[in-house]
Design a protein around this ligand. Structure first.
Ligand code: 8YV
Length: 328
């Protein structure tokens, strides 16, 4: 029997690639070239499966050009790079990598928020630039994290992980906004209180964004929301670029209308709004919230588990559109 052909669209752990090769004819991308949409579509010709990351766009045009495609396995929990409805309409399974990155990403979100509050990156740049000549009482004074109000927009798995760290580790008061209120059994141990979105921006000392991207979430945080924030507050984004209006944020930071920000994701990344590069009071990291060796390996393995199951008659562990499995 001929083995299914799959495309691994980006560089990945050699061990994971080797495992995929025991099941499939694998076309891969060892040089990690960023293909144009046309090149990606071309490389998918004749392939039954696609192993992709958040950087590859899978849309109706690509699916129509590759009607043989049966599974798209994303090595990411977020899947806004994939038109899931278009996949479902064509019977193409989509999978993602939830859970395995929750705690790692929550660690990083919390660390970024602390770095912004305590001005760590600013202090480091100052020191490296050779500008540290004396101690001064108000040098890089920031705002406390312990005992402060933590405002979480998007209280899913990662949001709850950050809330746990804040409430249980740092004695923070937790408020959150989500489309729906959490079960009181989840809220209670964290002392978490649901508030409307504007109240969250008004009351939080540290706002952390962890909501999934959707067209409705585009610029969910813009000039209006930032204007509601306390001048001493911080804003951290570990969700997706495009949720924050980066131009509006850069202007607010420049005018010190909020104290600081910390961003791991950007509109149009890997490009970064030039205004953000110019202001000192923002911590900038290159989309690495899930980047520990163990977690990236767990994500890669889970994406491979999904692809193997999807194309060999198994049960994919983490489908996004499980309804297409019923139709097979
Ligand atoms: C990934 C992420 O590193 O899982 C996600 O949604 O944003 C990150 O963990 C990135 O998307 C690469 O696939």
């Amino acid at each position: 029997m001929t083995r299914p052909a799959v495309l691994v669209a980006r560089a990945v752990f050699p061990e994971v690639l080797a495992r995929l090769r025991t099941h499939f004819e694998v076309d891969d991308n060892p040089d990690d070239v960023i293909w144009s949409p046309g090149e990606l579509s071309q490389r998918l010709r004749g392939k039954a499966g696609a192993y992709v990351t958040g950087s590859e766009r899978v849309d109706a045009a690509l699916l129509d050009a590759n009607p043989q495609l049966r599974a798209v396995c994303n090595m990411a929990v977020g899947y806004n790079n994939i038109d899931v409805d278009a996949c479902t309409e064509r019977g193409v399974l989509v999978t993602n990598t939830p859970d395995v990155l929750t705690e790692t990403t929550a660690d990083f979100g919390f660390a970024l928020m602390m770095a912004a509050a305590r001005r760590m990156a600013e202090g480091e740049h100052y020191l490296r630039a050779g500008r540290w000549t004396k101690w001064r009482y108000d040098m890089f004074t920031g705002s406390d994290v312990h005992g402060a109000t933590l405002g979480i927009l998007g209280m899913g798995r990662i949001g709850q992980g950050i809330a746990r760290r804040g409430a249980l580790g740092f004695g923070m008061r937790v408020i959150y906004h989500n489309r729906s209120r959490l079960d009181p059994a989840v809220e209670q141990p964290l002392g978490a209180r649901w508030v409307d979105k504007d109240t969250l921006f008004r009351e939080a000392d540290h706002v952390v964004l962890v909501l999934p991207y959707s067209p409705a979430a585009h610029h969910a945080v813009g000039a209006r929301e930032i204007a509601l924030m306390k001048p001493t507050a911080t804003l951290t984004n570990v969700a997706r670029g495009g949720i924050v209006d980066d131009a509006a944020l850069a202007q607010a930071l420049r005018e010190q209308r909020i104290a600081a920000a910390a961003l791991d994701v950007f509109e149009g990344e890997p490009k970064v709004h030039p205004g953000l590069l110019e202001v000192p009071n923002v911590v900038l990291t290159p989309h690495i919230a899930s980047a520990t060796v163990a977690t990236r390996r767990a994500m890669a393995d889970l994406a491979a588990d999904n692809l193997i199951a999807a194309l060999t008659g198994g049960v994919p562990p983490t489908p996004v559109n499980p309804q297409v499995l019923g139709g097979r």
